[in-house]
Design a protein around this ligand. Structure first.
Ligand code: ADP
Ligand code: MG
Length: 271
């Protein structure tokens, strides 16, 4: 006979993390000498549901490689990734990979590079809806307009007919965010999403991402080399140095009163 867990027992089982990364490692082979470089070295962390985890560290410390491992754009040399409690297999078939990539959406530094210059905004935001069967026929256009308005491009219909070159950098990043939202992800990997934008626009985009976290309950990995931005955006912050995760904790503590000498240096060097 199967026993039904009591409501008390159910309450004691914590919900799975949005993301759990265990002892992740990535080696690259570089140059003709086939030298091995360990870009990510034994990194473990988790992201809770609805949490923004900031990932900071200087250029080359392995931040983007972590995002690419999570997005399954690289296969890990060792270690595991689990999304919402489900282990992600090292090798996936095309259909499984498409389903996985719907749940994990990436936003990159340069919105121009990640949009197709030839297609309209509406076409590009509508594509995830069509590919994943989330809307059909005339419902696609209505959803595209609603998504554009959701990211502050209003009225959506007038932006949907534009091409990327007709928009400002900040507006393009909003389109990229709308396209990510179209896939109805559970996790957003934002890799330096504001670094290429004018300083005056950065705060707008950060506030939009925070608003989406609050409204849609999205979980987020927010990668940046800007400590102030990380502190503003994140619930917790993890610090990377030469492939290693040095420390992780509440944003105010890690950045406000860093324990690790490297984080202290990073803070002194910050503008
Ligand atoms: P970050 O995002 O913190 O600047 P990256 O994750 O991009 O750092 O890079 C970490 C290290 O891995 C760097 O030394 C970089 O040169 C190396 N690296 C990243 N991607 C590749 C690759 N595809 N092939 C070889 N080396 C790579
Ligand atoms: Mg990077």
């Amino acid at each position: 006979m199967t026993s039904v867990p009591s409501s008390e027992a159910l309450r004691l089982v914590p919900p799975p993390s949005a993301l759990e990364v265990q002892q992740l490692r990535k080696d690259f082979t570089v140059g003709r000498s086939a030298r091995r470089l360990t870009a990510v070295n034994d990194v473990s962390f988790s992201i809770r549901r609805g949490e923004v985890l900031g990932l900071v560290g200087e250029s080359g410390s392995g931040k983007s490689t972590i995002a690419r491992l999570i997005a399954h754009l690289h296969e890990p040399t060792a270690g595991t990734v689990a999304l919402s409690g489900q282990p992600v297999p090292d090798r996936m078939g095309a259909a499984a990979l498409r389903r996985y990539r719907r749940q994990v959406q990436m936003i990159f530094q340069d919105p121009y590079a990640s949009l197709n210059p030839l297609h309209t905004v509406g076409y590009q935001v509508g594509r995830p809806l069509k590919i994943h069967g989330l809307a059909r026929g005339s419902a696609v256009q209505a959803q595209v307009n609603a998504l554009l308005e959701r990211v502050g491009l209003s009225p959506g219909a007038s932006y949907a007919s534009k091409r990327p070159h007709e928009l400002s950098g900040g507006q393009r990043q909003r389109v990229v965010i709308a396209r990510a939202l179209a896939a109805q992800p559970s996790l957003i990997l934002a890799d330096e999403p504001t670094s290429a934008l004018d300083v005056s626009i950065r705060l707008d985009i950060m506030n939009l991402l925070l608003d989406l976290r609050d409204q849609e309950g999205l979980s987020m990995l927010f990668i940046t080399h800007d400590l102030a931005g990380a502190r503003y955006m994140s619930d917790r912050v993890a610090v990377m140095y030469t492939g290693h995760l040095l420390e992780i904790g509440p944003a105010g503590e890690v950045i406000g009163t860093p324990q690790h000498p490297y984080t202290q240096l990073l803070k002194q060097a910050a503008p």
